[in-house]
Write a protein that binds this ligand. Structure first.
Ligand code: ATP
Ligand code: MG
Length: 557
């Protein structure tokens, strides 16, 4: 097939198969997709799935993709969201062929609605929302006709023009498609296609006081842009007959078609702009880009990479039935991507001081260590060593159980990149807590010296005390307590109160000039990213991107 972009091949999926068939059979000459967000919030990882699918599908078959803002609901929309969405799509690594707004087509949509009226396929209805609902029927009962259903074309044209002119209040009248009140598909029971909303629109200002509904605006926007494959999520499956009806009855040239795939859900993750906005508005998180948020901006701030997110979206595939993906899946791709890229370094999160009593006072020795043992191209880094260092409190036990190979009185361990040390003495405070350890080191055991006269079982990390840089470290957990987002429960009961634990620790001095967004692997603690915020005295703040192994057990939390 000539349209194929050989080096862009993604795993097979049912939508891709449809595309291949359409191209092979000549139904479509060039693939044209779109990503159509409503600018009423920031994008989340679910949107990333849709972005990757739409852009990669077109890319693979040398087609095009538009970014289209579905801005038909002025009350909830804002340019702040428009800007963030563009930034996020680009950050993910995609560039749209054209940028449009559904509001670009308001005039054209209006004209198509007039066409429907003229064909006797739409009417102005004066029922209240409540009355409309009552007459709509249920899954088992057909609906009943609105008393306004048989208005004349002239009367409908006049009323619709006056709706546009602003003669009526919000909700006083609507324009409805005249389809079938007895249809088994409720979305076909004379759906509303225009409503009156006297609200300022972020682009069209006060030019309009009637706005098209999604079911009318979406197919028209797709057709106007020449979209060939309109990919959306499963909840719109029932709307497909309406989509087709609009294309047909409005006499649109492009016979665009809608295909539905399963929404991405991830365990312990809220996946809805409405609820994410609630978290922001209620102050549960610091903003849309809080590093715990499943938004693209939150993930970026936390240190997730675009490449990892793209790989995740590609590898989980495109499903036809809803399911929940384990969050560990995403974490796997983050680790995979950072493994070779992130410099490795040591950080002590809960420090206890160690004095190396046989090391000369005042002496600093600079040791050489790889920046990333798995990626030698990243070179070497200097690490200071001296008589006083910090180690992790949990790497010492006064009365260790068997199989504890770290530091305890009388035991010897390896200090990563440095020497073996032997623990001789513990210093306690009045409460009996250990506050300092006295050890001796063996100069013959220097890392890289080839020493093998005796072995130790434990290796621990450390930071030299006089050069250590204090840092704030945020340990993050999922925002949701339960695996699934049970919306029947109040939000407060769903939120994990321990989603962010803040500790003060020490990091190696080579990191002191790290910039926001820089990512590191802290020995044994996982991957961390420098936050845009700083603590007191310009202290660096790090967010844990992901631990080295998955440890959070959702069911036990
Ligand atoms: P939300 O419910 O979070 O507000 P939405 O569907 O209302 O999401 P839109 O801005 O209307 O958000 O969506 C833009 C596109 O992203 C749509 O095509 C939608 O189907 C898709 N999308 C939204 N959420 C997901 C998800 N969880 N998985 C896959 N695609 C999604
Ligand atoms: Mg929506």
């Amino acid at each position: 097939m000539e349209n194929i972009n050989e080096n862009k091949s993604a795993p097979s999926n049912f939508i891709k198969n449809i595309v291949i068939e359409d191209l092979q059979e000549g139904r479509v000459k060039e693939i044209y997709t779109r990503f159509p967000p409503e600018p009423n919030g920031y994008l989340h990882i679910g949107h990333a799935k849709s972005i990757c699918l739409n852009f990669e599908l077109a890319d693979e078959f040398k087609g095009k993709t538009n970014l289209r803002f579905d801005d038909t609901n002025p009350v909830k929309e804002d340019t702040e969201y428009v800007d963030s969405i563009m930034e996020d799509v680009r950050w993910l690594g995609f560039e749209w062929d054209a940028l449009f707004y559904a509001s670009d087509y308001f005039e054209e949509m209006y004209n198509r609605a007039v066409l429907l009226i003229k064909k006797g396929k739409a009417y102005v209805c004066d029922l209240t929302a409540e009355q409309t609902r009552e007459l709509r029927g249920t899954l088992t009962e057909p609906g009943k006709d609105s008393p306004y259903r048989n208005r004349t074309v002239e009367e409908n044209l006049d009323l619709f023009a006056r709706m546009r002119a602003g003669e009526f209040k919000d909700g006083a009248r609507v324009l409805r498609a005249k389809i079938d009140m007895a249809s088994a598909n409720i979305t076909l029971r004379d759906p509303v296609i225009y409503r009156i909303t006297h609200a300022h629109h972020h682009r069209t200002g006060d030019a309009w006081c009637i706005y098209p509904m999604y079911d009318f605006a979406h197919p028209l926007s797709d057709a106007i842009e020449g979209i060939t494959h309109s990919v959306c999520t499963l909840e719109f499956e029932d709307h497909r007959p309406m989509y087709d009806w609009v294309i047909e009855q409005c006499e649109m040239e492009t016979k665009t078609r809608q295909y539905e795939f399963a929404r991405l859900n991830i365990t312990n993750t809220i996946m809805s702009k409405r609820y994410l906005k609630l978290l922001v508005d209620e102050g549960v998180v610091s903003g849309w880009d809080d590093p715990r948020m499943p938004t693209i901006s939150g993930m970026r701030r936390r240190g997730y990479t675009a490449e990892a997110i793209r790989n995740f979206c590609r590898e989980i595939g495109v499903a036809k039935a809803n399911s929940i993906i384990d969050e560990r899946n995403l974490e796997f791709f983050i680790r995979e991507d950072l493994k070779m890229k992130a410099p490795r370094t040591m950080a002590v999160l809960d420090p206890i001081k160690v004095v190396i009593t046989n090391y000369p006072e005042g002496q600093i020795e600079w040791l050489d260590a790889e920046v990333n043992a798995e990626n030698p191209e990243m070179g070497m880094r200097p690490i200071p060593f001296s008589r006083e260092i910090y180690i992790e409190r949990e790497d010492f036990m006064e009365n260790p159980p068997s199989k504890y190979f770290r530091l305890f009185p009388g035991n010897e361990v390896r200090l990563k990149h440095a020497y073996f040390i032997l623990c001789n003495e513990m210093i306690k405070n009045e409460q009996g807590e250990v506050i300092e350890l006295h050890c001796t080191y063996d100069p013959a055991t220097k890392s890289g010296s080839g020493f093998n006269a005796r072995k130790v079982k434990g290796t621990i990390h450390w930071v030299e005390a006089s050069n250590a840089v204090p840092a704030q470290l945020r340990l993050l957990e999922p925002l949701l307590l339960e695996e699934t987002d049970n919306k029947d429960k109040p939000l407060v009961e769903r939120i994990n109160p321990n989603s962010m634990q803040v500790v003060n620790g020490y990091i190696e001095p080579n990191m002191k000039d790290a910039q926001a967004g820089d990512k590191f692997q802290f020995f044994r603690h996982g991957y961390f990213c420098v936050d845009k915020e700083q603590g007191n005295d310009d202290m660096l703040v790090f967010n844990r991107i992901v631990s080295l192994k998955s440890s959070f057990d959702a069911k036990k939390a």
